[in-house]
Design a protein around this ligand. Structure first.
Ligand code: AMP
Ligand code: MG
Length: 354
C-alpha cells in the first residue's frame, strides 16, 4: 500500500486533507497524526476490527491496551462506568494535555482496544490537528505511538515514514516536531489509590497538589520480578530501543560519571566500535571520544524529555554500535526520561561512585 503524506500547515486551510483522514478512520482504516506528546497511529476505538489493524501495523503484542483519545472532555462519559469527582478536577486542570486517565470501562469499548481489561485509558490531546481529526471522525480514536513496536517513539512525521511507510494508508505531517516528545503520563484512577503507571509530561510534582495520595508504581524504574504481572501491560515489553546497545551511567558526581564514560568509550573505540555518548549541556565538554549528542540542560528536564527519542534515532542514523548515556535526576520530567531510558537500555545501569 502506498502511504499518502499530507502536510498540514493550517487546520482551516488544509480542511480537505483532515476530512479525508477522518473518512479513513470512519471506514475502519489507520491514520498517523501528530499530538503534543508523540505521533499516534489512530483507528476508530469503538471498532474492534479497525483496532486490530493497529496491532498488525506496529507488530504490537495484542495484550498491550491502547489509549482512547477524545476531542471534548464530556466525550469520555459514554466510554466509562463512572467519572469520580476528582477526575473532573484533573481533566479541568490538565486537559487537553499529556495526562492519560484509567477508569472502569463501559461496554461499548471493545476488548480489542483494552486488551480484554475491564478498564480503559483516556486522553484529550493538546494538538490542533489531533483534535480536528477526532472531531471530524466523530468517534473516539484509539492511538498508540506510531512506531514499529519496540523502537523509539516518533516525534516527527519523518520518524513515522521510517517505520510505517507503505504499511498504513495515511500520515498527517504537523511540520513542527512534537513538543513534549515523550508519551503521556498514565494515571490509574480506577482503584482506591491514584497510581502513576507511566510517568510523562504531567509530573508527580504537578499532580500532588490535586491528588495528595498519588503514588508512583514500583515498576516505573524497576524491571518486573519473575511472575509479577504489571498493572500497565506495556511496561513489560522491551521499549524505545535504538539499534545500538544502550548502557546508562548513574551517579551524582558529574565529573566521575563522565570519567567512567570516557574510560568505556576509549575501550570500545580501541576495539573498533562506533560509540555514541548521550550527554547534557553541563557535561558536553568533558568528552574526548565518540559521537556526542546533548539532550539539553539538566536545569530543564522538559527539554531533555523532548529531545530523547530524536537523539536515540539520531544515533541509529549515525550507525553507532553502543550508546553510553548519562543518568539524569529522576525528578520532574526527569522521572519520565529515566523510565524511557532504562527500558531503552534493557535495565543495563552502571552505578558510578564518586
Ligand atoms: P502507547 O499507546 O504505546 O503510548 O502505550 C499505552 C500505555 O498505556 C501502555 O503502557 C499500556 O499498557 C497503558 N495502558 C493502556 N490502557 C491501559 C489500561 N486499561 N490499564 C493499564 N494500562 C493501560
Ligand atoms: Mg508506544
Amino acid at each position: 500500500m502506498k502511504t499518502k503524506v499530507y502536510i498540514i500547515e493550517d487546520i482551516q486551510k488544509d480542511d480537505k486533507a483532515i476530512e479525508e483522514a477522518a473518512a479513513l478512520i470512519r471506514q475502519g482504516q489507520l491514520v498517523a497524526f501528530p499530538t503534543e506528546t508523540v505521533y499516534g497511529l489512530g483507528a476508530n476505538a469503538l471498532d474492534g476490527q479497525a483496532v486490530n489493524r493497529i496491532f498488525e501495523a506496529k507488530g504490537r503484542p495484542n495484550d498491550n491496551p491502547l489509549i482512547v483519545h477524545v476531542s471534548k472532555k464530556e466525550d469520555i462519559e459514554p466510554l466509562v462506568l463512572e467519572v469520580p469527582a476528582r477526575v473532573y478536577t484533573l481533566i479541568d486542570t490538565f486537559w487537553p494535555g499529556p495526562l492519560t486517565i484509567i477508569l472502569k470501562k463501559a461496554q461499548i469499548v471493545p476488548d480489542e482496544t483494552t486488551a480484554g481489561l475491564s478498564t480503559v485509558a483516556l486522553r484529550m490531546p493538546n494538538h490542533p490537528i489531533a483534535l480536528a481529526l477526532i472531531d471530524k471522525a466523530g468517534v473516539p480514536i484509539a492511538a498508540p505511538s506510531a512506531n514499529r513496536s519496540g523502537k523509539p517513539s516518533p516525534t516527527t512525521a519523518q520518524h513515522v515514514i521510517e517505520d510505517l511507510s507503505n504499511i498504513i494508508p495515511m500520515i498527517l505531517d504537523g511540520i513542527v516536531p512534537c513538543q513534549v516528545g515523550i508519551e503521556s503520563t498514565v494515571l490509574d484512577m480506577s482503584g482506591e489509590v491514584p497510581t502513576i503507571l507511566r510517568p510523562g509530561g504531567i509530573t508527580l510534582e504537578m499532580l500532588r497538589p490535586i491528588l495528595e495520595d498519588v503514588r508512583v508504581d514500583e515498576t516505573v524504574l524497576k524491571p518486573l520480578t519473575k511472575g509479577q504481572s504489571p498493572k500497565s501491560p506495556g511496561m513489560k515489553y522491551t521499549h524505545y530501543a535504538p539499534k545500538a546497545k544502550v548502557i546508562i551511567y548513574r551517579g551524582t558526581n558529574l565529573d566521575a560519571m563522565a570519567a567512567e564514560i570516557n574510560r568505556r568509550a576509549e575501550e570500545y573505540v580501541s576495539k573498533g566500535k562506533k560509540v555514541g555518548i548521550l550527554a547534557t549541556d553541563e557535561t558536553m565538554d568533558k568528552y574526548k571520544k565518540g559521537h556526542l549528542i546533548s539532550l539539553g540542560s539538566r536545569k530543564a528536564p522538559a527539554s531533555i524529555a523532548s529531545s530523547l527519542f530524536n537523539s536515540l534515532r539520531g544515533f541509529d542514523h549515525i550507525g553507532v554500535d553502543v550508546i553510553l548515556a548519562e543518568w539524569v535526576e529522576e525528578k520532574d520530567e526527569g522521572l519520565a526520561v529515566m523510565n524511557r531510558m532504562i527500558r531503552a537500555a534493557g535495565f543495563h545501569v552502571i552505578n558510578v561512585s564518586s
